[in-house]
Design a protein around this ligand. Structure first.
Ligand code: UDP
Length: 334
């Protein structure tokens, strides 16, 4: 496999994978509507500005490029927003994925790598959770992704189409050289918000719920560095090239941190004692999510290198400190 079509490759996770695909010598075409992604985040390959809702343009681009595989990152990702505006998520995440799959089938492209999420599990009975636990999402974001996984499974059963669904746990951190990182206008993610509070951009960090049945009452998540996640994507290409069959893999480290522990770690890395305030639970949140990633390690030989909350926060902090300059420069360029 040489030619990879990457939707959402100008976004946070996609841009890290594009960087690594470039390093490995793949021929990469990025298809992104730039709604949350940025042109400067594309460190290799060629960017085409396009929307997945525009099926005829998508078909044109795919026909012309003739990819061997498609990596699909483009999606909306905010749990809270999905609870308020569910149809936006089914349109963007589910219907657009269906457009892409139809175009792929019409063009006989049979390899697909899908950005799925731990949110498909909902509130699992046992932790860490493995891939055999049935999907049971508790919010429209998780549902919109679980529906795509269902389509993929049915499609794969019905034909010689192969897919890999990577269920991401809590992705954080940034490129070690500080070239790319999270750059959403309004991030809802804990680590980013904590750092924006440390920077003075937010007055205080709200802690959503301190009455969960967890060690300190706050939610526990499995934070994974974006570079380790990116490597998992590259490994899926080797796997599919070796005639590997459709598979679902969790991507996480298997242990987690509470919101309070993340806050402590962020204060330590930044050296800033920023303000926090406990408030009510956020709709759709699961008390704890931890990945059993033994399948990814055993079958794809995944060897994570950055299982260290301090390193994750440090790379995110280095990035966060220069983000305003990058964003202002880009606005100025226009
Ligand atoms: N969280 C919080 N304050 C914030 C953002 C997040 O307390 O400003 C909590 C959130 O309720 C969840 C955890 O931090 O328990 C991780 O949330 P995030 O949005 O980073 O990821 P999610 O697990 O929802 O994908």
């Amino acid at each position: 496999m040489k030619k990879i079509f990457v939707t959402g490759g100008a976004g946070y996770i996609g841009s890290h994978v594009v960087r690594d695909l470039g390093k490995k010598g793949y021929d990469v075409l990025i298809y992104d509507n730039l709604s949350t992604g940025h042109e400067w985040a594309v460190l290799s390959g060629r960017l085409v500005k396009g929307d997945l809702a525009d099926k005829s343009f998508l078909d044109e681009v795919i026909k012309d490029f003739k990819p061997d595989a498609v990596m699909h990152f483009a999606a909306l990702i905010q749990v809270e927003e999905s609870v308020r505006e569910p149809l936006k998520y089914f349109r963007n995440n589910t219907a657009n994925a269906m457009n892409l799959l139809e175009v792929m089938l019409e063009n006989r492209i049979k390899n697909f790598i899908f950005s799925s999420t731990a949110a498909v599990y909902g509130i699992p009975d046992k932790l860490p959770v493995n891939e055999d636990v049935p999907m049971n999402p508790t919010n429209p974001y998780g549902e919109s992704k679980a529906m795509v996984e269902q389509m993929l499974s049915d499609l794969s059963n019905a034909s010689d189409f192969n897919y890999i669904a990577l269920r991401y746990f809590n992705v954080a951190g940034a490129d070690s050289q500080g070239r790319i990182g999270q750059a959403y206008k309004e991030s809802t993610h804990l680590i980013t918000r904590a750092l924006k509070t440390a920077k003075g951009e937010l007055p205080k960090l709200l802690i959503f719920g301190a009455d969960y049945m967890t060690s300190d009452g706050t939610c526990i998540r499995d934070y994974i560095h974006v570079d380790d996640l990116s490597v998992a994507h590259i490994l899926t290409l080797d796997y599919l090239s070796d005639n590997g069959k459709s598979r679902v893999f969790n991507c996480g480290y298997g242990h987690g941190y509470s919101v309070r522990e993340v806050v402590q770690a962020a204060k330590k890395v930044t050296g800033i004692d920023f303000r926090t305030e406990e408030t009510g639970r956020r709709d759709g949140d699961s008390p704890a999510l931890l990945a059993d990633s033994s399948r990814l390690k055993a079958e794809l030989n995944w060897k994570p290198k950055h299982d260290d909350l301090g390193y994750i926060i440090k790379t995110a902090w280095e990035w966060e400190k220069k983000l305003d300059t990058i964003l202002n420069k880009c606005t100025g360029d226009k």
